[in-house]
Design a protein around this ligand. Structure first.
Ligand SMILES: Nc1ncnc2c1ncn2[C@@H]1O[C@H](COP(=O)(O)OP(=O)(O)OP(=O)(O)O)[C@@H](O)[C@H]1O
Length: 323
């Protein structure tokens, strides 16, 4: 759906922000871009909606070279959510949300009805919040309006730059979870920038770990955490609590999927650490391992990378709740 082919961006002052970048985001996939400040994440994203033009290389959207697209038309197909939300202060929440559909010619009543639906979808009762002004909302509520507004034009693609950045960690996690649930129904193709590895792991179907202007690893969260591609990625994920959590979090029955009758190639006992389980998972190609009851030796279910991911999230919320 979004494809970068050898894309380089050198700014006028000679800074190479992005260096020969190639990757692809599948339709309906959520890819998180994570890395330290200044590594080129925002530049990558702004090249997709042509707020920044590449110096060389091409970017394809649905197979079409975006360099040939009219930027205004292009941006109508791409929702953009930024940290500072950018709501119009003198418009109500409902008017803010209905802005884009009205711009593209949707009649006012229909645009407002759609806006009300979207506010409902992001957890803001339109009869309570629709008539408020942005200044009368909390930071988390404003960010929800930002998400609703980006979805209002029903774009197939969403670019999100630190969309949950401006709120405290508890609200942030709630917004992330709500957003994941929403994405299950709307299935947009999403590029999401964050500097927070935990957010990248929680939200991403795949993660692009940035070094300086290049992607050091592009893979599923469990693979990035469990099998870093190089020393840079190892130190980036190692600095985070997530990896340590792998070693201290046991595999539980709730993390498993039912066995489908075929014998798994490898088996670990229930209660093994996620790190051991992940190592076993990565040693063979099936993408799943068996987990056996240590007492009876019977197969309790199978563990997939998604199961590891779920277990990590569970461990994380337990830890946050306990501290
Ligand atoms: N308009 C510009 N002119 C010159 N250099 C720029 C410009 N915009 C960004 N840069 C530089 O390009 C590099 C990448 O910037 P970019 O904003 O893409 O990084 P980032 O990974 O999004 O960082 P952050 O997490 O801090 O937002 C940085 O060194 C930055 O200083």
């Amino acid at each position: 759906m979004i494809r970068f082919e050898h894309v380089t961006k050198r700014y006028a002052d000679g800074t190479t922000a992005v260096d020969d970048l190639s990757f692809e985001v599948a339709e309906g996939e959520l890819v998180t871009l994570v890395g330290p400040s200044g590594c080129g994440k925002t530049t990558t994203m702004k090249m997709v909606n042509r707020l920044v033009e590449p110096t060389s290389g091409r970017i394809l959207l649905g197979g079409e070279d975006i360099a040939a697209a009219d930027p205004v038309q292009l941006r109508r197909r791409i929702g953009y959510v930024i940290q500072q939300v950018g709501l119009f202060p003198h418009k109500t929440v409902l008017e803010n949300t209905a802005t884009v559909p009205q711009l593209v010619g949707t009649p006012k009543a229909a645009a407002r009805a759609r806006a009300a639906e979207l506010l409902e979808l992001v957890g803001l009762d339109p009869s309570v919040y629709g008539g408020r002004y942005p200044a009368q909302l909390s930071g988390g509520q404003r960010q929800r309006v930002g998400v609703a507004r980006a979805l209002a034009a029903d774009p197939p693609v969403l670019l999100m730059d630190e969309p949950f950045g401006a709120v405290d960690p508890v609200v942030r996690e709630r917004l992330q979870n709500e957003f994941l649930a929403l994405q299950k129904t709307v299935r947009k193709t999403i590029l999401l920038v964050t500097h927070d590895l935990e957010e990248a792991v929680r939200l991403g179907d795949r993660i692009a770990v940035y070094g300086a202007g290049t992607i050091e690893q592009f893979d599923r969260p469990a693979a990035v955490l469990g099998a870093p591609a190089n020393a840079y990625v190892a130190s980036f994920v190692g600095a985070d609590r997530g990896l340590k959590r792998l070693a201290v979090t046991p595999v539980r029955a709730a993390d498993l999927e039912p066995a489908d009758g075929t014998a798994p190639e490898a088996t670990v006992p229930l209660g093994s650490s996620l790190r051991e389980a992940l190592a076993a998972l990565l040693r063979q190609d099936a993408g799943r391992i068996g987990v056996a009851d240590p007492e009876s030796g019977r197969l309790a279910g199978v563990l997939t990378p998604q199961g590891v991911h779920r277990a990590l999230r569970r461990a994380e919320s337990a830890e946050d709740g306990g501290s």
